[in-house]
Ligand binder design. Structure first.
Ligand SMILES: Nc1ncnc2c1ncn2[C@@H]1O[C@H](COP(=O)(O)OP(=O)(O)O)[C@@H](O)[C@H]1O
Ligand SMILES: [Mg+2]
Length: 346
């Protein structure tokens, strides 16, 4: 079957890849329609000008290599389309030779693999969070077992004090498991926010209630303080609870770890920041942070707690603050304590 030339041109134009033919100087001699749709009419321009707005060839240029050795080459490149979108490409180059087998030009095919790369990244992030979560949960399960053992002993000896002690351990660890699973769910799934009106004072009350027993059992004074004049604000309450759960559980852990002070306190605050903004604060007098921790604390999987940490908490907090177009400030010094301040518009 013979396909007419015009039909060939149509097929080449429609191919879902960027196809171009280039000369020795990497000047584009021909480009298909898919190419033109995303990069404009690049004919007559250098390949690197069109793909990267660069003024010299890419270090790994496959077309250049093909001109050198007359062979097929492959490379992975990051390029920018006309609308400013960054795209990941697999670039393939093949020689076009004349009758004497001398190379005349090179055909370049670039396939957009941005979506594949994004899926790859998501999968590896899910895998990583699963590994961290399994570690975290394994530790907590061991602690739960320890707690239920103490309860058993207490029940056996009719010792209510021991039963209470065991129950504290069980309850505290159930709380930890719930924070970890919330974080993994939050960081592995995109959620649409549901904004509703809440008063900042109520948000603090719920957070204090949630951690009341745990803090008390560890001898940490957990209190809240809010300006009653603050009006109701629009937030995604589900996310804001996650945010407080992480900030407070970190504060508790920092107090627990601190052996330098006799008494520990955590205060949650809500007040005006200025005329247009209000602030939430979580302050503790726990260990505080060194410079390295301050620099890295918001990175996913960064933790100084070994297998007891997942390193997801502050990454989730950061994401929530961003989703609310808010601002996050941290003041912390080693040995003194930490203050996390979240500023939202009223
Ligand atoms: N209130 C705090 N006081 C001291 N260090 C903190 C506090 N909050 C966070 N950090 C530090 O930031 C790190 C990251 O926190 P996070 O993302 O919640 O992960 P994780 O709690 O699992 O370690 C912690 O390991 C800890 O070193
Ligand atoms: Mg944490």
């Amino acid at each position: 079957m013979k396909i007419p030339d015009t039909r060939f041109k149509e097929i080449i134009d429609l191919l879902p890849v960027y196809l171009s033919i280039q000369d020795q100087n990497l000047t584009i001699l021909f480009a298909n329609q898919t190419f033109k749709n995303d990069f404009g009419d690049g004919v007559g321009k250098r390949c690197y000008e069109v793909y990267k707005s660069a003024d010299k060839k890419c270090p790994n240029c496959p077309v250049y290599k093909t001109f050198q050795d007359n062979k097929i080459h492959l490379s992975e490149e990051t390029i920018w389309t006309l609308d400013g979108k960054e795209s990941q490409m697999i670039v393939y180059s093949a020689p076009i030779t004349n009758k004497e087998n001398k190379i005349e030009s090179v055909m370049e095919l670039a396939v957009n693999i941005t979506k594949v790369k994004a899926i790859q990244k998501e999968l590896s992030s899910i895998g990583q969070s699963m590994a961290f979560m399994s570690h975290g949960i394994k530790n907590i399960l061991e602690a739960l077992q320890g707690g239920s053992y103490i309860i058993d002993e207490g029940l056996h000896d009719n010792d209510l004090h021991l039963v209470r002690q065991g129950w504290d351990v069980v309850r505290n660890n159930l709380l930890d498991i719930s924070v970890i699973t919330q974080n993994v769910l939050y960081s592995s799934k995109k959620r649409t926010l549901r904004f509703e009106k809440v008063t900042p004072g109520e948000v603090l009350e719920v957070a204090v209630k949630f951690f009341h027993h745990k803090a008390a059992s560890l001898n940490i004074k957990l209190t809240h303080d809010f300006n009653p004049k603050l009006p109701a604000v629009m937030v995604d309450i589900f996310s804001i609870r996650r945010m407080f759960n992480n900030l407070v559980s970190n504060a508790i852990e920092a107090c627990q770890k601190d052996t330098a002070k006799d008494s520990h306190a955590i205060t949650l605050r809500a007040d005006y920041f200025n005329e247009f903004q209000f602030k939430f604060e979580v302050e503790d007098n726990g260990t505080g942070m060194d410079e390295h921790t301050k620099k890295n604390m918001f990175k996913e999987f960064f933790s100084t707690k070994g297998t007891a940490g997942t390193g997801l908490g502050l990454a989730v907090v950061n994401q929530i603050v961003k989703e609310h177009h808010g601002k996050l400030e941290v003041e912390s010094s080693l040995g003194t304590g930490s203050l996390f301040r979240i500023i939202f518009k009223l």
